[in-house]
Ligand binder design. Structure first.
Ligand code: C2O
Ligand code: CU
Length: 489
């Protein structure tokens, strides 16, 4: 098709996405994008980095004259962005000033299970929780959020989420934009629905709440004044259920430089990127002086076997996300590098075993989360291959704690380049087999399990989650646990 020349060739041939889609929750872009503050770090003589967080409830004025009851960290909505470096000993401390139990999960982090902040590390109202570990993984955009048993959707969608950025020598040596809030921008995307009196409302779609209003770092209708020729957007889908397909309104290309667990080997040129709940993408976009371009989300392709009748029909929406307004002269902040990092492929021949995980209904392998049942026992220092399939015609995704995994294949074929780096969460197109490989390194603990689960938060709360232990070679699993590894080997 000949497109963009003012020639009409057929009716649909030129449209990259369905022209019949209306933009939902049209916004005026009249509010500057809120940038979460950087978390304050105090560094001990021995180099330990402390960050203090307080879980709080309050209200937030998303729209003028309407106060919405919200929750957040060190404020009433979202949390500060934490910046740490590989090799640092990190000692965060959360004080729970809510009048309910919460937990603090470090999504994407390789860390001891006792520090993971899953449902086995509840923090009672008024209590503190202060884990510590050494950051030892590549530069990446991670995030933190509560993981309270059966209560994650409500707490996260009331605002309990924050970004955590790891830097390392590889990332620092690259000519990438990295001035926080200037050319290196957190973009935390959540969809919400408001009642007439301004409270967040749940909906009963099978997938969980699909909102009609986008909050970007908590801002409705945000714009960003851009002063550099290249901008780095660190996009985090912190929504309870919605899958986005991010693109620009003029379909311009951008360079994706990082997925969940860090830099890709080289930038991938894309004109759209799909992100399911909890997934991240870092992208570089180039702007011309004086221009305005809008990041939006088009209706995502949820897979060939997806059926809208299964309760996710609202995914057909298009949203405007963020307007970028370039100044009339732009500072030059560097080129898009040709290569970014080296990722050693994990060798399937090193795997000690394979497991299969089938998602259907609100179950994984026909089981729902039980706090005292262990669904997989892995040995520290070993590699495993997990085969994951979503057998429903509805959206699900799959997140594994502690590790960053590599995708070996998608339906038997090599993954697309944007899925070829480190991942901790992957969207599962219905009836497609995702073969992923991971190493359980460093931390053995037979008292504290890690989780794997669907990151559509209502599904997670409903029990679409399992638990795995990482133990010393030859260790017996303590009798407090009931072990049911079906159908693993
Ligand atoms: Cu982002 Cu188990 O969570
Ligand atoms: Cu799910």
């Amino acid at each position: 098709a000949v497109c963009g020349l003012g020639i009409t060739v057929g009716i649909t041939a030129c449209a990259p996405s369905s022209p019949a889609v209306d933009t939902v929750g049209n916004v005026d872009f009249d509010t500057p994008l809120a940038i979460p503050p950087l978390a304050e770090r105090t560094v001990d003589a021995d180099g330990t980095v402390h960050v203090d967080l307080t879980a709080e409830q309050g209200t937030t004025e998303f729209r003028s004259d309407t106060e919405t009851p919200t929750m957040g960290y060190n404020g009433s909505y979202l949390g500060p962005t934490i910046r740490v470096n590989r090799g640092e000993h990190f000692a965060p401390c959360l004080t729970n000033n809510l009048d309910e139990v919460t937990t603090l999960h470090w999504h994407g982090m390789h860390l001891p299970a006792a520090a993971d902040g899953g449902p086995h590390q509840p923090i009672e109202p008024g209590a503190d929780w202060c884990p510590d570990w050494t950051i030892d993984q590549p530069a990446a955009t991670l995030w933190y959020h509560p993981h309270a048993h059966e209560d994650t959707e409500r707490q996260v969608s009331h605002g309990m989420a924050g970004m955590l950025q790891i830097s390392d020598a590889v990332e620092t040596a690259l000519p990438l934009p990295r001035e926080y809030g200037v050319d290196d921008i957190p973009v935390i995307v959540q969809d919400a629905r408001f009642s007439d009196d301004g409270e967040f409302e749940k909906t009963n779609d099978f997938v969980g709440t699909l909102g009609d209003t986008l909050l970007v770092n908590g801002t409705i209708g945000p714009y960003l004044d851009v002063t550099t020729d290249v901008v780095r957007l660190r996009i985090l889908n912190a929504s309870p259920a919605r899958v986005y397909d991010f693109a620009f309104d003029d379909d311009r290309e951008f360079a994706m430089i990082a997925s969940d667990g860090g830099l890709l080997e080289k930038p991938v040129t894309l004109d759209h990127v799909r992100l399911s709940p909890a997934e991240r993408a870092e992208i570089l976009v180039r702007l011309q002086p004086g221009e305005t371009v809008t990041l939006r989300s088009n209706p995502p392709d949820l897979g060939e076997n997806f059926q809208p009748i299964t309760g996710a029909a609202g995914h057909a929406d298009r949203f405007d996300v963020l307007q970028l307004r370039a100044a009339s002269s732009l500072d030059h902040v560097g080129e898009v590098p040709e290569t970014l990092t080296t990722i050693d492929p994990i060798d399937p021949a090193d795997a000690v075993g394979e497991r299969s995980f089938t998602l259907s209904g609100h179950s994984i392998n026909d089981k729902q989360m039980v706090m005292d049942r262990i669904d997989a026992v892995a040995t520290v220092g070993t590699t495993e291959i997990w085969n994951v399939v979503n057998e429903m015609p509805a959206p699900h995704n799959f997140h594994v704690h502690d590790v960053q995994f590599q995708v070996l294949s998608v339906s038997g074929s090599p993954p697309p380049p944007e899925l070829a780096g480190w991942k901790d969460t992957i969207y599962l197109e219905p009836d497609v087999e995702y073969r992923i490989i991971m190493e359980f390194a460093d931390y053995a603990d037979d008292e504290n399990p890690y989780m794997y689960h669907c990151h559509l938060l209502r599904h997670e709360d409903a029990g679409m989650m399992g638990q795995f232990l990482v133990v010393e070679p030859g260790a017996d699993v303590p009798s407090q646990w009931r072990v049911d590894e079906t159908p693993g080997d």
